[in-house]
Design a protein around this ligand. Structure first.
Ligand SMILES: C[S@@+](CC[C@H](N)C(=O)[O-])C[C@H]1O[C@@H](n2cnc3c(N)ncnc32)[C@H](O)[C@@H]1O
Length: 272
């Protein structure tokens, strides 16, 4: 057991893991040789993968800040959290609203080993971590930590950032997103970012292949396929957009990247 009562993690260093490859792209230190090798293969076909990861992360910052500051959201459920990278979602939300409550979930044991960082909440707010797989939404929706931290009768911002491209169609990703959104009340939000091959189709098929060869399920999607995740919800302005044009903040870096460098679609929608 870890000092927080989580089971000790079983870190697999024989296969690359998406959380650790993403950590490599973001310049972190929590990855292994096998992750560096796979990530380097991605860099060789798509040198701007690091930019792509950064603009996605900056979208998360802006969307979270907007939800806390403009929409008054005080509860967040972030699935596919990733290895902590400052600022983490709770730090952004609690910077606006110290009483904000955040539940994180990820299925990678390495994220579990870093849960302590994610649990450093303000005194007024609260954070929790669930080791769970987004492909099993019930395991998240029935988790004790979720109900001890969030009141599902009040609006929640559900974020699924850079995770659904690890859920190919055979796992019925539209059904599982619907199951998660169905569990939230009116006035909740869905925040989503997703890799796309729309701007460089051949390159992105090669990238998906690198992941699949490493044993990681992967599927990039078109704008139309990503827009379907928002069915039944009210997409906020500017709609489904590349990250650098989703409510851009001139104070942030990387405002002038090309759409192909970003190769992501992002959106935030409200549940009516
Ligand atoms: C590219 S990172 C994104 C991190 C963060 N959401 C962000 O956008 O900056 C993808 C994360 O999704 C997690 N992930 C992948 N498949 C998952 C699954 N089936 N269930 C839960 N998490 C998953 C990975 O472990 C990794 O931490």
């Amino acid at each position: 057991m870890t000092d927080q009562g989580f089971p000790a993690a079983d870190i697999d260093t024989s296969n690359p893991h998406p959380a650790r490859m993403y950590d490599f792209y973001l310049g972190g230190k929590d990855h292994y040789e096998v992750d560096r090798a796979a990530a380097s293969n991605v860099v060789s076909v798509f040198p701007s993968i690091k930019t792509c990861a950064q603009v996605n992360r900056l979208f998360m910052h802006r969307a979270t800040r907007w939800l806390a500051a403009e929409a008054g959201i005080r509860q967040f459920l972030d699935i596919g959290t990733g290895i902590p990278t400052e600022p983490n979602l709770h730090q952004i939300a609690q910077d606006v609203a110290p009483d904000a409550r955040i539940v994180y979930a990820d299925n990678d044991p390495i994220v579990l080993t870093h849960a302590r960082t994610l649990l450093r909440s303000t005194a007024e707010g609260r954070t929790a971590y669930i080791h769970a797989d987004v492909r099993e939404p019930e395991s998240i929706l029935t988790a004790t930590e979720l109900h001890a931290t969030l009141d599902l009768n009040r609006p929640v911002a559900l974020s699924l950032n850079a995770v659904l491209h690890f859920v190919p169609d055979e796992f019925k990703p539209y059904d599982l997103v619907a199951a998660l959104v169905d569990a939230l009340p009116s006035g909740s939000y869905l925040v989503l970012s997703h890799c796309t091959g729309d701007f460089a189709p051949e390159t992105w098929e090669k990238i998906a292949d690198v992941y699949r060869r490493g044993g990681i399920p992967a599927q990039v999607r078109s704008a139309g396929e990503i827009a379907r995740f928002f069915d039944g919800l009210e997409l906020l302005e500017p709609g489904l957009e590349v990250p650098h044009r989703w409510k851009p903040d001139p104070g942030q870096p990387l405002t002038d990247v090309t759409d192909a460098e970003a190769s992501f679609y992002t959106g935030v929608a409200r549940k009516p």
